[in-house]
Ligand binder design. Structure first.
Ligand SMILES: [Zn+2]
Length: 203
């Protein structure tokens, strides 16, 4: 599959945005370079202008079939958890973003005066995923963060809560729903004033 943006390189990052109130999903496919550009420039992929999640990786630009199969295995395993994430998003009117590729991850987010986001990502680095693909002890972390929206006149600030760190994949299904709710409870209480007063400045 070719990259949506440059139409040349192989697409290695696949992003689907799933709205709880719409039946269809919005899909984009990018090469690692374009994923990086799009991430910092596209309002639909990057609501609020946040440099949020690390999309793609410049480790390699094309993969052998064996390596592709390993990456796919890691992505497929993560997608087993999507019903939990979708259930949460539906209940809480959050938007689910599915990011497949060398750095598989999920975000569930909502935006009002703040950008409120739950972010599930693996602590396995891309070289490890290339070498091992999926493995049962593959570690995952979930954090919640609320950030002020981007404006030119003031720095963006963010308040973060770790919901779990480095949990092996085999333990995730048991924990995820409850921790998403804990993250939601944290995010729901955040106010713009609170984030501006106590949040860390991010670039
Ligand atoms: Zn491209």
């Amino acid at each position: 599959m070719r990259c949506d943006r440059c139409q040349r390189a192989q697409a290695t990052v696949h992003i689907s945005t799933i709205l709880h109130y719409a039946p269809s999903r919005d899909e984009h496919h990018f090469c690692a370079d374009c994923a990086e550009v799009v991430q910092t420039s596209s309002p639909s992929l990057n609501p609020g202008g946040e440099p949020l999640v690390t999309l793609g990786s410049k480790v390699v630009t094309s993969f052998s079939p064996e390596v592709k199969a390993r990456i796919k295995a890691a992505n497929d395993k993560l997608s087993d958890l999507d019903p939990i994430l979708q259930g949460f998003c539906k209940r809480r009117a959050y938007i689910l973003q599915v990011i497949d590729g060398l750095e598989p991850q999920r975000t569930a987010w909502a935006r009002d005066e703040l950008y409120r986001c739950l972010w599930l990502s693996t602590d396995s680095r891309p070289p490890e995923i290339l070498n091992r693909g999926f493995y049962p002890e593959m570690p995952w972390s979930l954090c919640a963060y609320g950030s002020s929206l981007f404006t030119p006149s003031r720095p963006r600030r963010v308040l973060t809560l770790d919901l779990f760190r480095r949990i092996p994949f085999s333990g995730l299904a048991r924990l995820l729903d409850q921790r998403l709710e804990e993250g939601f409870a944290f995010l729901r209480e955040l106010t713009l004033e609170g984030v501006l007063a106590k949040g860390q400045v991010v670039q």
